[in-house]
Every structure is written in C-alpha cells, then in structure tokens.
Design a protein around this ligand. Structure first.
Ligand SMILES: Cc1cc2nc3c(=O)[nH]c(=O)nc-3n(C[C@H](O)[C@H](O)[C@H](O)COP(=O)(O)O)c2cc1C
Length: 211
C-alpha cells in the first residue's frame, strides 16, 4: 500500500506512522522549574543525535511542562525506563497539572544529579545529565509552526547502575530497556546480537565501529 500523508488516505482505522518508526527509545525527562517544582514525563520522540560531544533530543507536541521548565532552568535529566519500571513510566505520562510531581505520583524515589539541578530516577538503570543547547520550533512545509518543539541538550554527566556493567561493557539485555511502538504497544530489549561493520581493505580495522 501507499498513502500520502497530506491526505492520510491509508484506509486503516488508525494512522500507522508511529507503528512504522519503531522501536523508539523513551527519554524519561526530569526537569525543574525556576521555583523548584519537579517534573517527570516520558517522551518517545527522543534519541541521541551525537556521540562527541554526546547530545540528545526530544520533541514535545505543544508547550508541555517539561519544555516550560527546561526553558526556565536550562537543564534536564534523561532517565531510561526498564521493563521493571514500565508501570511507573506509564503513570508519569498522565497529563497532571503543572506543579504536580509525577515522580511522587508514580512512587519513584529521586536521587540527586551531580552537575544539574533536576533529580534523576534512582531506580533507572541509566540517566544522562543534560544542559540545554536549543529549542527548535519545527516549521512545516508551509512555513507554519507545527506546535512541535524539539529540545536539544548536551550530556554533561552519565549515571550507570554498576549492576549492569559486565566485563567492562554495558549489558544492555540485562537492563531490559523498554521502547515505544505503535498504538499501545511497547518493546523490551532482552536479547542483542553483534555484527561488525564491514571495512574496505585499505581502512584500518576498528575494534568497534562508531555507527
Ligand atoms: C511512552 C510515552 C511516550 C510519550 N512520548 C511523547 C512524545 O514524544 N512527545 C510528547 O509531546 N508527548 C509524549 N508523551 C505524552 C507525555 O508524556 C504527556 O503528555 C505528559 O503528560 C507530558 O508531561 P509534562 O507536561 O509534564 O511535560 C508520551 C507518553 C508516553 C506514555
């Protein structure tokens, strides 16, 4: 099948777009307002966009609390949700009014970050401390605002639960990270496989390719 997004003439009961771009990692974003209110919310339009320096992005549909808080204090933390934390993660996606601390609502313990003010989720296997680089107001093909705001941040500190470091490497499968698929579906990573990128003979071999 083929459909044009302007017409959305796919004939399916629901738009399949988000079921195509899968699985999307979930940035579980903690932020703090200028007056010290704490916010935690999941964003699956999220990814790493650079390794050196490490940078991440997430996209907000509308001006949600995470965007407002990050505009105010220019810092945030990306926590990573595991299968064990799935229910708590889902709860923090509830559209609570500004000022409600979703971390408390979901029964999650905060832990202090080292280089930024928003706390991290203590039980998360990994967390990235970030400082705001820029917020982009995404324009569509007609130059109109899409009301989608993309937050770019540089990672300044990294937390890893030592339980998931094995033989000097991060044991991704043991962390059981969850990711967003389409509809109400999620995926869990509990198995990985290695595959080394082929190199032309004149290129020096690298132990692990930077993809
Ligand atoms: C798994 C998951 C992924 C989500 N991804 C996004 C996203 O990428 N962009 C977005 O605007 N909202 C997303 N949401 C909805 C927000 O988490 C929800 O609107 C939340 O209340 C926003 O919180 P805030 O206003 O405190 O920032 C997602 C929700 C869930 C459960």
């Amino acid at each position: 099948m083929f459909y044009e997004t302007a017409k959305n003439d796919h004939g399916l009961p629901r738009d399949p777009f988000k079921a195509i771009v899968v699985p999307r990692p979930i940035g579980w974003i903690t932020s703090i307002s200028a007056t010290g209110e704490i916010n935690l919310a999941p964003y699956s339009f999220f990814n790493a966009v650079s390794e050196e320096p490490p940078m991440v992005m997430f996209s907000s549909g509308g001006r949600k609390d995470s965007i407002s808080f990050i505009e105010e204090t220019r810092e945030f933390v990306c926590n990573f949700a595991s299968f064990a934390l799935r229910e708590a993660m889902s709860k923090t996606g509830t559209e609570f009014p500004r000022g409600v601390n979703e971390m408390s609502e979901a029964g999650l313990e905060p832990a202090p970050a080292r280089l930024v003010r928003p706390p991290r989720v203590a039980a998360a296997p990994c967390a990235l401390e970030c400082k705001l680089l820029q917020i982009v107001d995404l324009r569509d093909l007609d130059g109109q605002t899409s009301q989608r705001y993309v937050v770019f941040g540089q990672v300044v500190g990294v937390h890893i639960d030592d339980r998931f470091i094995k033989d000097g490497r991060l044991d991704t499968a043991a962390m059981q990270p969850i990711a967003r698929c389409g509809y109400s579906d999620y995926a869990v990573v509990n198995e990985v496989f290695p595959m080394v990128r082929p190199r032309l003979p004149r290129q020096p071999p690298k132990p692990e390719a930077a993809e």
